[in-house]
Design a protein. Structure first.
Length: 511
């Protein structure tokens, strides 16, 4: 296994707390309440990313693995040591940070498209019909067709690994819809066609990269390096964020997998994993009630599995009240109350903090400078501290993006590169259903040459219309009888020529 750069553990800030910054006194986030979730909010450019990096570094030094989405590209700086300057030194002195040194963090880069990190894949079966329907943006009726298809695959023992498997399954359902409708419910060919069109759209947006093997194993997100530091998994999302449904659904799937697979552990001295969800509003935009209920359930219960979830968004009311009420640790950067929407958000933010008699929270929120925030964290016995106006600590890592060469260097020493970088394509629904189709075609008898040459009883198309079949008289026969009755009549012959000429067109001309 490749070694990560060994980083010195910060003993000065203690192993049971993270120094967030300083108000009237130092403000800490306690490790034992790190799984009580949190919120980082504020307008663009007010320092939210720095707060995320401070917490990610702090958890890593405690030995807690971290997963964080890098929407703008600057979170990747966690992988490189920062460079000190006069401004940073002044802030370090102002806050009173002991033994501050610039250092890198152990990082794994991930990328859904496999370009700027290890590919992140899951299978169609693992993501399930509900979340897949959200990615495809299909309606309820079409989602019902997906449910039928997945149920059929389960009953038939068909592995659904990638989009080829799903397409083959949908074609099979469409071809056998009468039999399948009898057992599973009415199958609509129009709905199947709509799903197939949605798959084409997903493929055009490179969404097919999400599906396949080897699938992501959760244990690879919960690693520590040889020095005991928690590894920070950074998902490159600067392109993924352009497809908000795919971005939010993937992160929701990841949360659901943690929720369903991790054992109950109760309250620990420190979390087993901390999950940062940037641009959190995308998770809830246009989300149906059932999905919101699912998120609320996951956030409420995943705490007892040792996982802390931290949402990051511009406004605190981007997160539904049912979930907002479960977020115990809060960092609120500046909000500018220029519009009625902004003014409402300021009021919401002010109401979510434990009051501090010395602060007019609603007024202070709009006065905060870059690098300042209102902070409230859970303290002894899980009681939230009164909100403090806090100067945020500078991170020890680089505050900015990494170069492609630096990213490649980090990726080259990764312990999981050989596991995920090469795709695997094993036998699944696509291969099995194609083989069944070939076998079925081979079993059908091949018609003899005479049977092939013999016209069918129906004759088909224009031939039946003109010349008739065993069951019905053709137009030519009918006209011939009529001609016999009017033979000798010039008018009759003109009628015959006129009708035949109109039907046959250029096939013949009467002379």
């Amino acid at each position: 296994m490749a070694k990560f750069q060994k980083c010195r553990v910060d003993r000065g800030s203690g192993m049971n707390q993270i120094l967030i910054g300083k108000g009237e006194r130092p403000v800490h986030l306690l490790a034992k309440y790190g799984n009580r979730h949190g919120l980082v909010a504020g307008a663009t450019g007010t320092g939210k990313t720095i707060s995320l990096m401070i917490m990610a570094e702090g958890f890593s030094r405690m030995g807690v693995p971290v997963f964080i989405a890098d929407v703008k590209g600057d979170v990747a700086g966690l992988a490189m040591a920062g460079i000190s300057n006069e401004k940073i030194q002044q802030r370090v002195k102002q806050i009173g940070i002991e033994d501050y040194t610039n250092e890198a963090n152990p990082v794994l880069f991930w990328d859904l498209y496999g370009k700027n990190g290890h590919p992140v894949r899951t299978t169609i079966s693992e993501i399930g019909p509900s979340l897949l329907g959200r990615i495809l943006e299909i309606n309820d009726t079409q989602a019902g067709m997906l449910e039928i298809a997945f149920k059929l695959a389960d009953d038939q023992g068909l592995l659904l690994l990638d989009l080829d498997d799903l397409r083959a399954l949908l074609s099979f359902v469409a071809d056998n819809r009468k039999e399948i409708s009898t057992q599973y419910g009415l199958v609509s060919s129009q709905s199947i066609a709509a799903i197939q069109r949605a798959l084409l759209t997903l493929e055009r947006e490179d969404g097919e990269a999400l599906f396949g093997e080897p699938a992501l194993e959760l244990n690879d997100l919960m690693r520590t390096d040889l020095s005991g530091r928690g590894i920070i998994s950074i998902l490159t999302a600067d392109q993924l964020i352009l497809k908000p449904r795919l971005y939010s659904t993937f992160l929701l799937w990841l949360l659901s997998e943690l929720f369903e697979n991790l054992p109950e552990v109760g309250d620990l001295d420190k979390p087993k994993l901390v999950f940062f969800f940037d641009e959190a509003h995308l998770l809830f935009d246009d989300a149906p009630p059932t999905l919101r209920q699912r998120v609320e359930q996951v956030v409420r219960i995943i705490r007892s599995k040792g996982v802390g979830v931290y949402f990051c968004s511009q406004f605190p009311d981007d997160v539904p009240n049912e979930i907002l009420g479960q977020l115990g640790n809060r960092i609120q950067h500046a909000l500018r109350a220029y519009t009625p929407r902004d003014q409402k958000a300021v009021q919401t933010a002010a109401e979510t903090f434990v009051a501090n008699p010395k602060l007019n929270v609603a007024k202070v929120i709009s006065q905060l400078a870059v690098g300042e925030a209102l902070v409230s964290t859970l303290q002894d016995k899980g009681v939230p501290m009164p909100v403090e106006r806090t100067i945020i600590c500078p991170p020890r890592c680089r505050m900015g993006a990494v170069t492609p060469e630096e990213r490649s260097m980090v990726r080259a020493r990764s312990p999981v590169g050989g596991k995920y970088d090469s795709p695997v394509n094993r036998e699944s629904a696509y291969e099995i259903l194609n083989q069944k189709t070939k076998e079925k075609e081979a079993e059908q008898p091949v018609p003899s040459q005479k049977e092939a040459e013999k016209p069918s009883e129906g004759g088909g198309g224009l031939g039946d219309l003109l010349w008739g079949s065993k069951r019905r008289e053709g137009m030519v026969q009918a006209l011939a009888k009529q001609a016999a009755r009017t033979v000798g009549s010039q008018i009759g012959r003109q009628i015959i020529r006129g009708v035949l000429g109109g039907i046959l067109g250029g096939f013949g001309r009467s002379k």
